[in-house]
Ligand binder design. Sequence first.
Ligand code: SF4
Length: 286
Amino acid sequence: MATPQRSYSSNAPGTFFVDDTCIDCDLCRQIAPTVYSEESDHSIVFHQPQDETETRRAAMALVACPTGSIGTHRKVDIQSAARAYPELVEDNVYFCGYASPNSYGAASYLIVRPEGNVLVDSPRFAKTLVQQIEKLGGVSTLFLTHQDDVADHEQFHKHFGCKRIIHRADSRAVDAEQLLDGEAAIPLEHDLLAIPVPGHTRGHVVLLDRNKYLFTGDHLAWSERRGSLIAFRNVSWYSWPEQTRSMRKLLDYRFEWVLPGHGRRAHLPAEQMREKLKDCVDWMSS
Ligand code: SF4
């Protein structure tokens, strides 16, 4: 729980505050950009919510924060914000909120499908989120993009009895039910394609759903500042040249959404997305 005594003095005066336990994961700034902003290596409240909508977004950020670094000086309706996740992105794709400190605040997603729901990377195993996921049909598959974002996979597996999928090269910490091998794309059930993209880690895999949604873990994200697709060279733990090669491989696929673990989402027509991806490959190769 955030404590007022540890709150940053640069928070705007008012109800919400951020304290010094913030790990700068960026989630609150994505969820409530009119309330939270970045200051050196952490977030602050730069503008207090002025209406119901802003208050709700600020509270949703509080719920999603992996480290409990957001607090309030007076009572706010957190319960309804807690039930707002999973939050619809588009069609049947949801953002789970409830980030885990064990995955450094990575975003996770739920694909709701008649054949069985797919959870992409693990959120925090929080009671309210689990109940909301149950209402959406539970989880039959937990797809783990790589070893860093597995968080509470064991609890989700035990609770929902879901199958966990991860690449063998990243499977040391996960007793997964299905291991992926090699670098060739692997068709999973019903329009889902697992594409190995070594680079950030050796066994990183992205998930392509219906040639529209690309769940990219820590391989690829959008930068609002640059207006471009980016990869994070400073955390390319396995190999930057390999990650560049993996990025080039994605030019063979069509998608409209980039849904990352860290970094911002992108939504563009497929042709424009491909151009942005080409730019990204050129930038990585330079
Ligand atoms: S969500 Fe929490 S940890 Fe992440 S930037 Fe905001 S306050 Fe910091």
